[in-house]
Design a protein around this ligand. Sequence first.
Ligand code: ATP
Ligand code: MG
Length: 332
Amino acid sequence: MLLLDEPLAGLAPAERERITALLRRLCERMAVLLVEHDIDRVFTLADRITVMNEGRVVVDGPAAEVREHPKVHEVYLGHGRDLLFAEAGRAPTGPAGPPVLRVSGIDTFYGKSHILHEVSLELRSGEVLALLGRNGAGKSSALKSVLGLAPPARGRIEFAGREIAGHSPEAIARLGVGWVPQGRRLIPTLTVAENLELGRLRRQGGQGVRWDLERIFEFFPRIRERLGSRAETLSGGEQQMVAIARALSGNLKLLLLDEPFEGLAPAVSETIFRALDRLRREVPILIVEHDLDLVLALADRVSVLDRGRISHEGPAAPLRVDRELRRQVLWV
Ligand SMILES: Nc1ncnc2c1ncn2[C@@H]1O[C@H](COP(=O)(O)OP(=O)(O)OP(=O)(O)O)[C@@H](O)[C@H]1O
Ligand SMILES: [Mg+2]
């Protein structure tokens, strides 16, 4: 018997297909108990599905039956993406404003490993830019270059009209850059309130949009009830909300999101999506994400990284509907 806990979390679509095919072969040889949020693949793989909520079994049965069960929709699946995207509706945001972030021809190394090659990106105010690409393409490294955590050896990074390449991460954060790292990285033994305070600590000055607790609760009401809890006791979905709230805390001019939908139940993804769809009107966003339907519904423009080089740039809209273009540009 093989027990698997979210083997697909954080994988790019091509890798998901590979691992799913591998699982199919393994099922022929042994019993597999799979915990997984990639629900479309679960429905094609599983013979039987058990849905749990708050420590209890809600439904248990053959895949087809479970999929239609109203209780499963209520506690787990949510209302479905068609409705989600129809509601998001993409209110016209008007022409994009002046550039907020301009990355020009950066080369980034870890030791002797050359990771980013002449990477250029531009994000304008009022925009969401999605940075896409396979596992290991260099997406997180590109965000870390902007943040000063992996400073580029060559090239320029202009933020709000200033050159920031080579500045320290804390100086860059103070200018109003918020970051939601891949895997959330809350401080587990501190409370939610303390984690949020850390986000706010140094981002007090500046002329960005000021985020206090009340304003954050408007976007994530659940956080109010969990303020006194230690971060490690929160569910994955709640942790992701706190990680976003921490990035918002204080003064903010730019939000960097690294895989905000990783490892979330569908209904929780919907909650986060709705919050981000409102946030996009408040602050320019640079987002890295493997869930293409969600990220393309949020983004205005897309840049694709392929082994550390930009291989495609363009509007997000054509990629939302044109599967052939997705295959050419994103290999899926
Ligand atoms: N601190 C580090 N030291 C050395 N190499 C690193 C370091 N961080 C990342 N790398 C390497 O840099 C390359 C790009 O990694 P990066 O994390 O930026 O990819 P990614 O596009 O974010 O991938 P994923 O989608 O899996 O998160 C990989 O080959 C990785 O092994
Ligand atoms: Mg990454």
